[in-house]
Design a protein around this ligand. Structure first.
Ligand code: AP5
Length: 220
């Protein structure tokens, strides 16, 4: 099963992707994570992307298309993947079609997670992750069971993203509405779009996602 999770910053793409990975043994391909890894290792791509990401803008299509094209060639993608953060522009969607045709792959479902902009600013500014295993938390909505200790790996160190400040989140939301939202109608014509209400609880959103996937691909 090959999926796309769409939605503005904070919609819960990463949160839901991890649950889908667990349920269906797919691989999560997050272009945001790929870019942050490039920034951390100070590669040429990372140097170019850092300032753009910090401003809440989108990096050039060609840079992302190349990253995704080589990532999709890796063996683990053959068992199915979830695209989280890609495509994000109509040219990226067209480039993805070309890549999938060339690799003899196809998309099964596109899940746009729909949310309210102002709620997203609150969600994102409260977000943090475990510095060791990457498990995501939130100051209000998802606290570790024991304060200051990661539920998954027991680490005590947590990090917050550079682009999670309220003013940058507003720039990211603007980029989403202008450049990413039109992709939904691009895929709707193919009959593979399932709208997801992202304003429900995390578990409520997961229930909708699982129902949409079962209905669409008949997966148990
Ligand atoms: P990226 O890393 O993709 O960030 P994003 O799309 O802005 O999405 P986020 O990771 O912020 O949010 P999410 O939807 O995954 O939410 P999460 O599950 O964490 O991209 C970063 C940057 O990289 C971009 O701005 C751009 O510069 C660049 N980039 C990346 N891809 C690109 C591309 N294809 N082209 C060009 N540039 C690209 O949830 C958020 C918080 O809310 C968490 O704390 C979570 O616990 C909580 N939460 C989740 N769901 C719920 C819920 N239902 N109720 C309550 N709380 C919830």
């Amino acid at each position: 099963m090959n999926l796309i999770l769409l939605g503005p910053p904070g919609a819960g793409k990463g949160t839901q992707a991890k649950r889908i990975v667990e349920a269906f043994k797919l691989v999560q391909l997050s272009t945001g994570d790929m870019l942050r890894a490039e920034v951390a290792k100070r590669s040429e791509i990372g140097r170019q992307a850092a300032a753009i990401m910090k401003a809440g803008l989108l990096v050039p299509d060609e840079m992302i298309d190349n990253l995704m094209d080589s990532r999709l060639d890796q063996e683990d993608c053959r068992n199915g993947f979830i695209l989280d953060g890609f495509p994000r522009t109509l040219p990226q969607a067209a480039a993805l079609d070309g890549m999938l045709t060339k690799k003899n792959m196809a998309l099964d479902a596109v899940l746009p997670i729909q949310v309210d902009d102002e709620a997203m600013v609150q969600r994102i500014s409260g977000r943090y992750t475990c510095a060791k295993c990457g498990e995501g938390y939130h100051d209000t909505f998802k606290r570790p069971k024991v304060a200051g200790v990661c539920d998954v790996c027991g680490a005590h160190e947590f990090t917050r993203r550079d682009d999670d400040k309220a003013e940058t989140v507003r720039a990211r939301l603007k980029a989403y509405h202008a450049q990413t939202e039109p992709i939904i109608s691009y895929y709707r014509k193919r009959g593979i779009v399932h709208n997801i209400d992202g304003m429900l609880s995390i578990d409520g959103v997961t229930e909708q996602v699982m129902a949409a996937l079962k209905e669409h691909v008949g997966a148990a």
